[in-house]
Design a protein around this ligand. Structure first.
Ligand SMILES: [Zn+2]
Ligand SMILES: [Zn+2]
Length: 423
């Protein structure tokens, strides 16, 4: 460990000089979002920037991933990760730097993650006299599809660039800017996204008796799926089963041959995951049989994310370091979230501890206040209606540029210096 607060504070002094250019970089990324796996412009912008800081930069790792290494003497290898893909959403923030690409938006704040990592890499490079070890910076593509982290690992990330002793990652959150939150242990849910095709037998809408109607089969299946969480999962456990898509038919008087359902399932333990997936399979098959279908439904996996597990000790010490820098009342435990995240794949693949935290990026005015600490207390006591605040994956999710960048850069720099050795 370094000399702690002093080393961090001296590194953070450099932030004043780069705030403007980081904001400009962020706005540029925000204006030019790219979908998972197609982050070519983004990767290029990131690589050019980081190369200029003196890091050894490699592009094209696991697709469009970018790896930047700064070896600075004997010491731990600290992996700092940011994802940089966007989502298929039409932006409706009305911001002057809103997306210029139709139907694509940085609605999960990954542009903020990449910008903050660049800021931290700048401060760490400038402060290299005060620490020893290796920084392994990972700019990851395709987080939203759950593929990017695994693709980078499969492309030899650790064999080519070294195995980390700790994995650090952060995510924007729909909290007032100024707050930082992390949860030790199971911190984010596993996801299984499934596509299920129910096969009926189509025909004329006037003669249902000679058909097997997949629309009714689908409707019945959707209703029955709701009983998994309410009837099969214990009250002290948790799971989510969402049918986000249901598609069948072309015209009112035609009974179609097939119906398609798309499910999104969230669980927190392997046992519950197995149980829920088995229940889905059982219900889908049984509803098809009940409808008299001649063919069994087809199920395929769209994507999956493992559970994200924060190392309890690593999270405790990192959050303690945040408390020193931000003030202990600005650091909190948000509990486990039903969101999913593939950053944990870097840690499990490297057999290294993980610390993943969230930082608020929203205007406190959206919560009806100015002081984030006061708002946090109100949120925790149930006095703020969070449903009215635009969160990630919505068309109006709008992180404030500053002080979000300041908080994100400060958190990453602080965390990295907590794990790097003193010079
Ligand atoms: Zn995200
Ligand atoms: Zn997302």
């Amino acid at each position: 460990m370094t000399s702690g607060v002093t080393a961090v504070e001296s590194a953070l002094k450099g932030l004043d000089g780069i705030r403007g250019e980081l904001a400009e970089f962020y706005r540029d990324l925000h204006e030019h979002p790219e979908l998972s796996g197609g982050e070519f412009r983004t990767a290029d912008a990131v690589a050019r920037r980081v190369r200029g800081l003196g890091y050894e930069v490699t592009e094209g790792v696991g697709g469009t991933g970018v790896v930047a290494v700064l070896a600075n003497g004997a010491g731990p290898t600290v992996l700092v990760r940011a994802d940089f893909d966007a989502l298929p959403i039409q932006e409706a923030t009305g911001l002057p730097y809103a997306s210029k690409t139709d139907g694509v938006m940085h609605a999960c704040g990954h542009d903020m993650h990449a910008t903050c990592l660049i800021g931290a890499l700048t401060l760490l490079a400038n402060a290299r006299n005060s620490w020893a070890g290796t920084i392994l910076a990972v700019f990851q593509p395709a987080e939203e599809t759950g593929r990017g982290a695994q693709a980078m690992v499969d492309d030899g990330l650790f064999e080519r660039f070294g195995t980390p002793d700790i994995v650090l990652a952060q995510h924007t959150a729909p909290f007032p800017v100024g707050l930082v939150g992390g949860h030790g242990g199971i911190a984010a849910a596993a996801t299984d996204a499934l596509r299920i095709v129910l096969h009926g037998r189509g025909g004329h809408g006037s003669r249902p008796e000679v058909t097997v109607d997949p629309v009714v089969m689908a409707a019945s299946t959707v209703m029955r799926l709701q009983t998994i969480v309410s009837r099969e999962i214990a009250a002290d456990d948790a799971a989510v089963v969402t049918v986000g898509m249901m598609r069948a038919g072309t015209k009112d008087n035609i009974i179609p041959d097939d119906a398609e359902l798309r499910l999104n399932i969230r669980t927190f333990t392997p046992e519950t995951r197995t149980k829920v997936l088995a229940a889905v399979d059982r219900i889908v098959s049984a509803e098809a049989a009940a409808a008299g279908a001649e063919w069994k439904p087809d199920t395929s996996v769209i994507d999956t994310f493992p559970v994200l597990v924060n190392d309890a000790d690593a999270t405790r010490s990192t959050l303690a370091a945040f408390g020193e820098i931000f003030g202990a009342d600005r650091v909190f435990d948000p509990g486990r979230i039903t969101g999913s995240e593939d950053a944990g794949i870097f840690a499990t693949s490297a057999d290294a501890p993980l610390c993943y935290w969230m930082f608020g990026v929203l205007d406190p005015a959206l919560f009806g206040g100015t002081d984030p600490v006061r708002i946090l207390r109100e949120i925790q006591s149930g006095g703020v209606d969070l449903a009215t605040v635009p969160g990630p994956h919505t068309a109006t999710y709008a992180p404030v540029v500053e002080p979000s960048i300041t908080v994100g850069v400060t958190a990453l720099t602080t965390a990295a210096l907590t794990w790097l050795a003193a010079a």
